[in-house]
Each structure stands twice: as C-alpha cells, then as structure tokens.
Design a protein around this ligand. Sequence first.
Ligand SMILES: CC(C)(COP(=O)(O)OP(=O)(O)OC[C@H]1O[C@@H](n2cnc3c(N)ncnc32)[C@H](O)[C@@H]1OP(=O)(O)O)[C@@H](O)C(=O)NCCC(=O)NCCS
Length: 237
Amino acid sequence: MGLGLRVWWNRCALRFGGKCSLAHGAYVDAMVRLGHHCQLRTGTRVTGPVTTEDHVVFCEHSVVSGTVDIGRMTWLGVGSVIVNATGPQTRISVGRYCSFGPHVVIFGNTHRLDLAATGFIVEAEANFSWPDCRGPTVIGHDVWVGAHAFIAAGTTIGHGAVIGANAVVTKDVAPYTIVGGVPARILGHRCGDAERSRLLESEWWNWSPAELKMNGEFFTRPLNDARGRRSPSGGQP
Ligand SMILES: CC(C)(COP(=O)(O)OP(=O)(O)OC[C@H]1O[C@@H](n2cnc3c(N)ncnc32)[C@H](O)[C@@H]1OP(=O)(O)O)[C@@H](O)C(=O)NCCC(=O)NCCS
C-alpha cells in the first residue's frame, strides 16, 4: 500500500467502525463517526458531527447532517432527511432499533417567524441571527416512523411509539403511543399501562446481541393487552 493510500485508509479506519459499506455515490465528510457494520447506500449524504452506533442503515438518497446521533440497528428509509443546521443546542438523537419509512423529515430548528424575513440567507446578509432553536429533538428507542412523516423541532418521541404515514408531529408523543394525522393525534396505544411499564423497565434496547438471542420469546410473544389498545380518536399526543 502506498503512503498516500495508507494515510487515507488510517483516517477512514479511525472514523468508521469495521465492515462499513459505502455504495457508489454515497458521500461522508471528515466529521462523521460511524459504528461497525453501517451501510450507506447509493446517493446517501452524511455530513457534519454525525455519530452512529453499529449496524445503522442509510437507505438510498437519505441525507443526515449536523449534530445528530443515531443508535444501533436503526434503519433510515429511502430519501429520509435528518438535518440539524445549528449547533449542539439543537442536537437530534435517534434511538436504537428505530425504523424510518421513506421520506421521513426531521429538522432540528425552524425558521424565524418574528422577523422581517423568514430565510436564513437574508438574515445572514442583513444582520445574522440564529434560526429559531427549540432545544433537542429526541426520538426514543424502537420508534417506527411511517412514510413521509414530519417531526417538528424540539419534540420528544417516547420509546416504542409509532408515527403514522404522512403525520405532522408537533407535540411530544408518549411511549408506546400510536399517532397519525395533521397535526398528529393519538390513534391508540400499542399496549396497556402494565405492559408498557414492563417494556420500559426491561430496557431491552440495551441488551447485548447475545442477550437478545437468548430472549427470543420476549420478542415473539404478542403484547398481553394489545387487543384493548384502541383509545377514542381525537386525543392529544
Ligand atoms: C399508524 C398505523 C401504524 C396504524 O396502523 P393500525 O393500528 O393497523 O391502524 P388501522 O388501519 O387499524 O386504523 C386505525 C385508525 O387509525 C386511522 N389511521 C391509520 N393510519 C393513519 C394515518 N397514517 N394517519 C391518520 N390516521 C390513520 C384509521 O383511519 C383508523 O381510524 P378509525 O378508527 O377512525 O377508523 C398505520 O396506519 C401506518 O400509518 N403505518 C405506517 C406505514 C408506512 O408508512 N410504512 C412504510 C414502510 S416502513
């Protein structure tokens, strides 16, 4: 291996865990830190201080940028966009074992509505001011986000929650709650309170791969009170 190639290889090795795959046309800049076995499929673009744990899949044409942390085994659907255009105060964190459908959009900040211009560029040319920062945006573990959902800056989505296709989520969503619509409202719950407590206490998303394998029954048994999960429509998240 020539010196130049070796230097390049060492830099990549420091930034990427083992066995990551970058498809043709995938782009990763120098600030990104990936865990082991991550997949960046065709047309993916990952830039800025993005960090991931192991086995994260960036499907085709997904874009992740800024201070964003993504947990183990999380799947970002085709064309999904997670962008944090400001600093760490608007950090976006996505938990472990999350599944994002295609074209999910999360921005860590929003445009200012209380100034003469809404655009960042005009603000920069006149007298720069920060975009509207609403604090961290937090997606818990085991969250399923349906196709084309939009999650607003500064919201927290609890562990195990489900976001319906095309939802616009503007408020926090409690753990194991199913929401949908524009703006998103409660459609139901994945399980009752007792089951929810049992799942939250288990913190199974922190189990090691060996523990996950040993606990197959935990994942294949339907949730006890899943049948009674529906709640009247129209509730607030
Ligand atoms: C939200 C979702 C998980 C609910 O699934 P479900 O519990 O099987 O829902 P049901 O089909 O039994 O519908 C239950 C109610 O929720 C409503 N509903 C279902 N999905 C909805 C959505 N995305 N937005 C708004 N309302 C929705 C239904 O109209 C129904 O209302 P009703 O009780 O007044 O008749 C599912 O509809 C969904 O959006 N899944 C995402 C699919 C996706 O995007 N896949 C991409 C690949 S990962």
